[in-house]
Design a binder for this molecule. Structure first.
Ligand code: NAG
Ligand code: NAG
Ligand code: NAG
Ligand code: NAG
Ligand code: NAG
Ligand code: NAG
Ligand code: NAG
Ligand code: NAG
Length: 456
């Protein structure tokens, strides 16, 4: 399979493309939405070989990282919830359990050395969705969805760091990774998102306190503006006195669902105001035709593998937010609809004729949307989430422990401190240094990219 992949990657797909087929999508028909989602999900899961002999369960092949797989299986929990199609439930469960690692906290030994808080959160949030949506529970002797989400939360609460910036979570967990000196919105957003959802599911007020604390910190350091725009991150060596002002769809989405859930759970007006404000601030990510795009990289055609997946999460969390904060429902629906139509039209490429592209809108008002010659897990994932999100109106809402939730929790899960983890070197090796240099270069490239975007 590797060889086939490489061969495909080496050739220009355009020259192989069959006459374009595209995916039919009629948003007035649930069956049409389900059928489109099924085609796109199939195209995404073709990349997954972790359940085959000799492969590792829960991992995607290069160039995809561990966290991408967590995002993909989170999307497959949603896929089952929206469509009722159980075809992928077994592989999804298997992956979510296997990658939980020996301490059942999404810090598996093979990944800990390079794992960031955001990476862990994507797996933790997939488990949280499984609990909220009553995805079939694992056998009793395996880790349970709610406990996995709590373990992720608990390990991160222990990492709350007041030595710089008066609080917040760092991006990286370990000092030898360059991103250790970066406190970013996605890491703190993952923590906030989980805290709010655990508060709603369990009714335990400790989670409310943490959600409030992490929100307040975001505002205090200026990672969230008074107009609710969310910037990328800040440098601990400067006590977070400067911020990288890049804006990404997934940061907006992760806070939107957290705030919407806080409003649903507490009923407080302040959370309604914040939820509405966050939704308003997503305006930077939509064209005048209400079609979502990744403003910081898509226009320049230079989104990286990570960034190619981000729109999936804004779509995922817009839909979920409109369920727990129904006052947003009629505001959000037209944006999910227009984006889904564009996404489906972009799914007209590749050798199968239904491969999805990055760009969901046409260059001019006369032109129609076509496949833009890009492909990958990210493109499939974004199209899948935005298409299936159009089923949100008829879907049941998330359950809690007192409204039919059946997942077993464990308040004390994931209490292990990071200094006692297996697989983490006591001494920094050459290889770690090389890895750190690469991450430094990537971080720097991100900063420079951010500056250029700002200047433009
Ligand atoms: C692996 O998962 C795919 C779905 O993505 C499924 O079609 C296939 O049968 C599974 N293979 C094994 C060996 O379980
Ligand atoms: C860790 O890596 C080893 C060697 O590739 C593999 O056998 C094992 O299944 C992996 N474990 C996880 C949780 O990925
Ligand atoms: C560091 O930043 C935090 C948050 O903005 C602030 O409360 C604190 O006083 C600053 N500390 C120093 C030493 O500047
Ligand atoms: C959101 O936008 C609407 C419409 O422009 C405006 O009326 C409202 O005040 C805004 N709310 C917040 C909290 O920004
Ligand atoms: C809270 O969310 C649930 C869905 O889980 C929804 O049914 C309910 O109406 C929401 N509460 C309010 C006050 O809107
Ligand atoms: C128009 O869009 C297509 C597909 O998205 C792209 O391949 C092409 O380069 C674009 N043309 C211009 C002039 O921007
Ligand atoms: C859920 O509720 C049941 C009964 O109300 C209780 O026994 C159980 O401990 C609760 N679980 C959690 C995780 O709060
Ligand atoms: C609430 O959650 C906290 C943090 O996980 C835990 O320490 C505490 O025991 C929980 N309290 C109750 C009443 O469940």
């Amino acid at each position: 399979m590797r060889t086939t992949n490489l061969l495909t990657w080496g050739l220009s797909l355009a020259s192989l493309a069959l006459p374009s087929q595209a995916i039919e999508l009629d948003l007035s028909s649930d069956e049409s939405i389900k059928s489109a989602a099924s085609t796109v999900a199939y195209g995404m899961m073709k990349y997954y070989h972790g359940n085959e002999t000799g492969q590792t369960i829960g991992l995607l092949p290069w160039p995809y990282y561990w966290w991408h797989a967590g995002a993909v299986f989170g999307a497959m929990v949603d896929y089952w919830y929206y469509t009722g199609d159980t075809s992928y439930n077994a592989v999804t469960s298997q992956a979510l359990i296997f990658q939980a690692g020996p301490d059942a906290d999404y810090m598996p030994e093979n990944q800990t050395k390079t794992e960031g808080n955001d990476d862990q959160a994507f797996w933790g949030m997939a488990a949280m969705s499984a609990a909220e949506l009553n995805f079939p529970n694992p056998p009793q002797d395996q880790p349970q969805w709610l406990a996995l989400a709590q373990a992720t939360f608990n390990t991160q609460a222990l990492r709350w760091d007041t030595k710089s910036c008066n609080g917040g979570l760092r991006w990286q967990v370990f000092t030898f990774n360059a991103g250790y000196n970066y406190k970013n919105s996605i890491s703190n957003g993952g923590f906030f998102n989980l805290a709010s959802r655990l508060a709603a599911y369990t009714g335990n007020s400790s989670y409310v306190d943490w959600a409030v604390k992490s929100w307040d910190w975001m505002e205090e350091v200026g990672l969230m503006t008074p107009e609710y725009y969310i910037y990328d991150g800040s440098d601990t060596t400067k006590n977070c006195s400067t911020v990288d002002k890049l804006q990404w769809t997934y940061n907006a989405g992760i806070f939107l669902l957290g705030a919407a859930t806080m409003w649903n759970h507490t009923g407080e007006d302040i959370w309604k105001e914040r939820t509405q404000g966050l939704w308003n601030a997503t305006n930077v990510f939509f064209t005048s035709d209400k079609i979502m795009y990744e403003v910081a990289c898509e226009p320049g055609g230079n989104c990286n593998t990570d960034q190619h997946t981000f729109k999936a999460y804004l779509a995922r969390w817009m839909a979920a937010s409109s369920k727990v904060a129904p006052f947003l429902s009629s505001q959000i629906a037209p944006y999910l609809a227009a984006s889904a139509m564009g996404a489906a039209a972009s799914c007209s490429g590749g050798t199968d004729g239904v491969t999805c592209g990055t760009k969901w809108f046409a260059n001019t008002s006369e032109a129609s949307v076509t496949w833009d010659n890009t492909w990958g897990v990210g493109q499939q994932l974004c199209a899948l989430e935005v298409i299936q999100s159009n089923l949100i109106k008829g879907a049941r809402g998330p359950v809690t422990n007192s409204t039919g939730g059946t997942s077993t929790g464990d308040d004390a899960a994931g209490g292990k401190s990071d200094s006692e983890r297996a697989g983490v070197p006591r001494k920094i090796t050459q290889a770690d240094r090389a890895g750190a240099v690469i991450i430094t270069i990537l971080v720097l490239a991100g900063w420079i990219g951010g500056m250029i975007w700002l200047i433009i």
